[in-house]
Design a protein around this ligand. Structure first.
Ligand code: HEM
Length: 403
C-alpha cells in the first residue's frame, strides 16, 4: 500500500510542474484578455485598446464578492470608494464572470442609457433569466422587448382602495396593490396571502447565488416560481372558462385581462410578464416607501411641508365637491415630488444596471470593446459631491425649481 502511495506521489510530483504551467498559461491568458492585451477589435485593428485602468482580481470570480459586499444604501461602499480613488470614475474589473467596465461617471451613464439598442443592450446575469423567466423584461432585448413594452404602455391600472398603514407594512401593501392591479386578487384573501408568502421565498432566490440543488435559496425559489406561475395559470383558465360559459367578455379590469384580450402574447409570455412585473413593481416601490418614511422621520420640517401641501389639496377638493384624487391634484403636489426625487436619489433603490457592449465604444479617450459588460452605477452619481451639495443629507428642497 505504502509503495503504491509512494509511486502515486512521485508521479504527481512529476506532473506537478506541467499542471502548474498549464494553470499559469490559462490564468495569464485570462488576465491578458481582461487587461485588453488582445487586439482591439475596432476600426483601428493594429492598435491596442486604451482600456480604463483597473484590476481583474481572482481567477473566475474576479472582484465580484468585493463589489457586492453589503453597505448602507446611502453610501457607495468601501469597494467603490477605493476603486474610484485609485482608478477614477471609470474603471475596469472582472465581475459576474465577465470583463466589465464600471462607471460612476454621470456622462458615461447617460451615454449608455441614451444608446440602448445601438451600442449597448440589457444583459442581466443568466441566473436572473432562470428565475424570472426567459420572457422577463429584464432578459428580453431588441424587438421582443419593445413588443412586450407596448402591451404595458396601453395598460392603465385601475385605482385601488388599499390603505397604507405603517412602515413595516410597506412590503405587504405594495404586494397587495400589485396583486390587485395585475390579477384582481383582493388583499387579505387566503389565496393572496399564500401567494405573498410564496413570493417572499421566490424573492430570496432572486438575490441569492444561483446554486440549484436541494435546500439552497435558489432551488427553493425555482419551486416557488413554479407555484406562483401555477396560480397565475389557474386564474387564466378560470377566466377563459367563465368567458366560454357565459359568452361574455372579460370583466376584470387588470393586467392579466388586458394581456389576454389585447395582446397576441403566448401563455408562457403572459406568465413571465406578470411574474417579472410583480418583481419589478413590488421590490422597488416597497423599498422606496420604507425609505421615504425612514428619511422623513429625521426631517420634521419636510413632514410639515408635505402635510400643508396635502391639506391644501384636500381643502380645494372639498370645495369642488370631489373626493378622489385627480391627475391635476397629483400635478400640484410639487413638494411631494421633491420628496420622491430625494428619496430615490439618497435611497438608491436600484444601485446599478447591467449592460453589454454590442459595438466597440470610444468614450473620453477610453476604448470599451464589444462583448464587454458595462455597469452604470446610478448610486455613485446620486452621491457624487461634485453634482449634489452635501450628498449624504436628505434635502428635498434641492429639487425645487431655482434651488
Ligand atoms: C420606486 C419605484 C421604482 C424604481 C426605483 C424602478 C426602477 C427601475 C429601473 C432602474 C429600471 C431600469 C432597469 C434596466 O434598464 O436595467 C426599471 C425598469 C422597469 N420597471 Fe421599474 N422601478 C420602479 C417601479 C416600478 C413599477 C411600480 C413597475 C410596474 C408596475 C415597474 C416596472 C418596470 C418595467 C416593466 C421595467 C422594464 C422597462 C424596460 O426595460 O423598458 N417599475 N425600473
Amino acid at each position: 500500500m505504502a509503495a503504491i502511495m509512494a509511486s502515486i506521489t512521485s508521479e504527481l510530483l512529476f506532473f506537478l510542474p506541467f499542471i502548474l504551467l498549464a494553470l499559469l498559461t490559462f490564468y495569464t491568458s485570462a488576465v491578458a484578455k481582461c487587461h485588453g492585451l488582445h487586439r482591439w477589435s475596432g476600426r483601428t485593428k493594429k492598435r491596442r485598446p486604451n482600456l480604463p485602468p483597473g484590476a481583474v482580481g481572482w481567477p473566475f470570480i474576479g472582484e465580484t464578492f468585493g463589489y457586492l459586499r453589503a453597505h448602507p444604501a446611502t453610501s457607495i461602499g468601501q469597494f467603490m470608494d477605493q476603486h474610484i480613488a485609485r482608478y477614477g470614475k471609470i474603471y475596469r474589473s472582472s465581475l459576474f464572470g465577465d470583463r466589465t467596465v464600471v462607471s460612476a461617471d454621470a456622462g458615461l451613464n447617460r451615454y449608455v442609457l441614451q444608446n440602448e439598442g445601438r451600442l449597448f443592450e440589457c444583459s442581466y446575469p443568466r441566473s436572473i433569466g432562470g428565475i424570472l423567466g426567459k420572457w422577463s423584461m429584464l432578459v428580453l432585448v431588441g424587438d421582443p422587448h419593445r413588443h412586450t413594452l407596448l402591451v404595458l404602455r396601453d395598460w392603465l391600472p385601475s385605482s385601488s382602495s388599499a390603505v397604507f398603514s405603517a412602515q413595516h407594512e410597506a412590503k405587504k401593501f405594495t404586494f397587495n396593490l400589485m396583486a390587485k392591479n395585475i390579477m384582481s386578487m383582493d388583499p387579505g384573501e387566503e389565496e393572496t396571502e399564500r401567494l405573498r408568502l410564496e413570493y417572499i421565498t421566490f424573492m430570496k432566490g432572486v438575490v441569492s447565488a444561483p446554486l440549484n440543488f436541494p435546500g439552497t435559496a435558489y432551488w427553493k425559489a425555482l419551486k416557488s416560481r413554479a407555484t406562483i406561475l401555477g396560480v397565475i395559470e389557474r386564474k387564466m383558465e378560470e377566466r377563459l372558462e367563465k368567458m366560454n360559459k357565459e359568452a361574455s367578455s372579460m370583466e376584470e379590469d387588470d393586467l392579466l385581462g388586458w394581456a389576454m384580450k389585447q395582446s397576441n402574447l403566448s401563455k408562457e409570455q403572459i406568465l413571465d410578464l406578470l411574474l417579472s412585473l410583480l418583481f419589478a413593481g413590488h421590490e422597488t416601490s416597497s423599498m422606496a416607501l420604507a425609505l421615504a418614511i425612514f428619511f422623513l422621520e429625521g426631517c420634521p420640517k419636510a413632514v410639515e411641508e408635505l402635510r400643508e401641501e396635502h391639506l391644501e389639496i384636500a381643502r380645494r377638493q372639498k370645495l369642488r365637491g370631489e373626493c378622489k384624487l385627480s391627475w391635476e391634484d397629483y400635478k400640484e403636489m410639487v413638494f411631494t415630488q421633491c420628496v420622491i426625487n430625494e428619496t430615490l436619489r439618497l435611497g438608491n433603490v436600484v444601485r446599478f444596471l447591467h449592460r453589454k457592449v454590442i459595438r466597440d465604444v470610444h468614450y473620453n479617450g477610453y476604448d470599451i470593446p464589444s462583448g464587454w459588460k458595462i455597469l452604470p452605477v446610478l448610486a455613485a452619481v446620486h452621491l457624487d459631491s461634485s453634482l449634489y451639495e452635501d450628498p449624504s443629507s436628505f434635502n428635498p428642497w434641492r429639487w425645487q425649481v431655482g434651488a
